[in-house]
Design a protein around this ligand. Structure first.
Ligand code: BGC
Length: 702
């Protein structure tokens, strides 16, 4: 008979004693749980929670989707601060801002009574068409980890768990549940696993979510190589692994294969971790109770870290929808905006403008709707649209007109939106019709990819038509993934990439357009001129994959993003790291504190003088790329290995210091299955984008 405890007895159980170490508390709890209860803890309860064990007073570990705030569908339809999309954060290249974002979102998670945030997504952008590009940071592992680490630390400093996802190579939404990513070991580690490895080691996220897809034929949720061998044994991950929702559905995965690989929590409910299946596997000796104990203790450890084992009254209450969070949301949107083109029309000067025409499909669009774009959708108590932001900024000084030919300036709000809304909802050719997740919507959305790089034809026509009527037309893009622009870019004097800017987007855009804020964002992803230039788009085999064998071949290897454009000398529309300012900067006096690196753990410092040569305050993102000249393997011509964001008043000069780790210069060696750097010279390139290199020096590895 299981012991039934009274409320008072529960309060005095050792696992409830916060003065004991967490390990001791978990040990005590594990000892008290019956096998049946442990099994119940291994799968989801009501979609976003673990099961409560009432007999022992153990509450639920409650999760919610992110990463732009607490998502509506997973928080009892509550309204929360809608922060900008991850692409906007990534375009800020601001580590401190990423940390503040993490703290704020964790406060909102707590205020919603949840313990874990199912974010951030740190997959690498392989194709501009991936429907979830807006949710991910970018195409470069160094940039991704440099921003994801502080984000995760910010979340977890608040005793809220972060869950990095989707482990790994979930780089397309078309056929995401079935496709097998065919990839070589070096590429897998050097490009797609690198940010995961760094975030796991540096920020110790409480959880990792598996992917839906297969990797070299094996699904993410029972992939022993990736989960047990790599995450647990090699990287020392101490948190728990959760399946993506429904990722264990396939018949190829079994109770044994999932448990053996290290999956702790099957979501949203038990398919492989059903009571009868686990019991059967145990009694036949297929699985061991130790495996169950390990899976459950990992979960309980996180439950302990996030306060599930404590009296809820003693936990921080959190904050949601505060003025501070709303203004942080605006700050991220402002810092993430990327000025792509400006022939001098921006910033707009209020005193010389009498009338403005605000046009385009995104001028009054709100993006916060339930499941709009997928699981990341957050609905805020209010959302400032671009037209509202412009009206508020201009107040009565400027007349808003409808006819572009009657306006001094036209602001055209173009771009994309999320699914089921005006986009082409289509299937990929006949073969896919019967298969799930073969959708393309033409927009930024989970569960579907975009159909084309270009804007919808109606928008291209609108731009051309408007420019004919008024050449002073500024295009503002609201979207989360690269767009082709060659049909119209030359016709317009200015283009501002605003991304999905969250609930304060309209105010942030007005502040940038009118020069209250000097744009400083830089692209975290290459904008190709045409799709065929992009590394994943060489043939249908490389994207979306071979339809007969359901495999997508990563033939480009490590040459993803700018690594590819540099190698093959393909001019992108806008390169990785690119972004203009309303001021200008000069680079001088590059030096290093040493000229030899001894080991991968060694670091060196780089110093460079940056001067604001223009007339107004601004911020520059100084980027450092490396190129190993002598190597036993093929190495990219440029790889991001450091960056710093520096703020400067007009004419001010600062010496920027950037610290660079040997490990970030390394490649993944398939002989030793480890990071390696061959002895020799490494060129160190310093610039304002991957293509605008201003200064260069060398370091030697011995
Ligand atoms: C998504 C995850 C999400 C989960 C729970 C899945 O469909 O891929 O990113 O966290 O649903 O909503």
């Amino acid at each position: 008979m299981d012991i039934i405890y009274s409320k008072q007895e529960i309060a005095h159980l050792p696992y409830r004693n916060s003065r004991l170490s967490l390990e001791k508390r978990v040990e005590d709890l594990l000892k008290r749980l019956t096998l049946d209860e442990k099994i119940r803890l291994l799968s989801g309860h009501r979609i976003f929670n673990t099961a409560p064990i009432r007999r022992l007073g153990l509450g639920r570990l409650r999760m919610t989707d992110g990463p732009f705030g607490v998502a509506m569908h997973s928080s009892g339809l509550s309204k929360n601060t809608r922060f900008p999309s991850t692409k906007a954060l990534a375009a800020s290249w601001n580590r401190a801002l990423a940390k503040r974002f993490g703290v704020a979102i964790a406060e909102e998670v707590r205020a919603n009574g949840r313990h874990m945030l199912l974010a951030p997504g740190i997959n690498i952008d392989r194709t501009p068409l991936n429907g979830r590009t807006f949710e991910y940071f970018g195409e470069d592992p160094y940039l991704v980890k440099e921003l994801a680490i502080p984000f995760v630390r910010g979340v977890q400093n608040q005793q809220v768990g972060a869950c990095i996802k989707h482990f790994v190579a979930n780089n397309q939404e078309i056929l995401r549940k079935t496709i097998s990513v065919e990839i070589d070991e070096r590429t897998l580690h050097e490009i797609y696993l690198r940010a995961f490895e760094e975030v796991v080691k540096e920020a110790e996220p409480f959880s990792v979510m598996t992917c839906y897809n297969r990797i070299n034929g094996v699904y993410g949720s029972d992939n022993s190589y990736l989960l047990r061998e790599t995450l647990f044994d090699k990287w020392g991950f101490e948190g728990f692994i959760v399946s993506d929702w429904g990722a264990t559905d396939h018949k190829e995965l079994t109770t044994k294969s999932c448990l053996k690989a290290g999956l702790s929590l099957e979501m949203p409910s038990g398919k492989k971790y059903k009571q009868n299946l686990l019991e059967k596997a145990l009694s036949s000796g297929e699985i061991k109770e130790d495996w169950i104990n390990d899976a459950v203790s990992r979960l309980l450890l996180v439950a302990g870290k996030t306060g599930v084992l404590d009296d809820p009254e003693t936990l921080p209450k959190g904050v949601k929808n505060s003025i501070e969070h709303q203004s942080l949301s605006r700050e991220i949107a402002e810092e993430g905006m990327v000025l792509l083109k400006n022939e001098g029309i921006l910033p707009l000067k209020l005193d010389s403008i009498n009338s403005i025409a605000v046009l385009g499909p995104n001028m009054n669009k709100k993006f916060g709707k339930i499941l709009y774009g997928g699981s990341s959708a957050v609905k805020a108590p209010y959302e400032i649209t671009p037209i509202e932001g412009i009206k508020e900024f201009c107040s009565k000084d400027v007349k808003l007109v409808h006819d572009p030919s009657e306006a001094d300036v036209v602001l055209l709000f173009m771009g994309l939106n999320h699914n089921k809304d005006g986009g082409r909802r289509d299937f990929v050719s006949g073969f896919f019709k019967k298969r799930k997740n073969a959708l393309i919507y033409g927009h930024d959305s989970e569960g579907a990819d975009r159909a084309q790089l270009e804007l919808p034809q109606s928008q291209v026509d609108l731009i051309r038509d408007t420019v004919k009527k008024n050449p002073n037309t500024v295009v503002i893009l609201i979207n989360g993934s690269p767009l082709g622009m060659k049909e119209w870019l030359n016709d317009v004097p200015a283009v501002l990439e605003a991304w999905y800017g969250g609930m304060e987007s309209g105010n942030a855009i007005a502040n940038v357009l009118f020069g209250e804020i000097n744009p400083s964002g830089k692209l975290p992803i290459t904008f190709p001129e045409q799709l065929i230039d992009s590394p994943a788009h060489k043939s249908p085999k490389t994207y979306p994959g071979d339809l007969d064998d359901l495999k997508v071949y990563y033939e480009e290897g490590i040459y993803v993003g700018y690594r590819h454009f540099e190698k093959f000398e393909i001019a992108p529309l806008f390169p990785f790291g690119f972004g203009l300012s309303y001021t200008t900067f000069s680079y001088a006096n590059l030096s290093l504190n040493k000229n030899k690196l001894q080991s991968l753990d060694d670091t060196f410092n780089l110093y460079v003088d940056i001067t604001n040569t223009g007339e107004r305050f601004g911020a520059e993102i100084v980027q450092v790329y490396a190129n190993s000249l002598e190597s036993s393997v093929d190495r990219p011509l440029k790889e991001l290995v450091g960056f710093a964001k520096v703020e400067l008043n007009s004419k001010e000069k600062k010496t920027v210091q950037i610290s660079i780790r040997g490990k970030d210069l390394a490649y993944y060696d398939v002989m030793t299955h480890d990071w390696k750097l061959d002895p020799g010279t490494i060129r160190i390139l310093v610039g304002s984008s991957s293509q605008d290199i201003h200064l260069e020096t060398e370091i030697h590895f011995s």
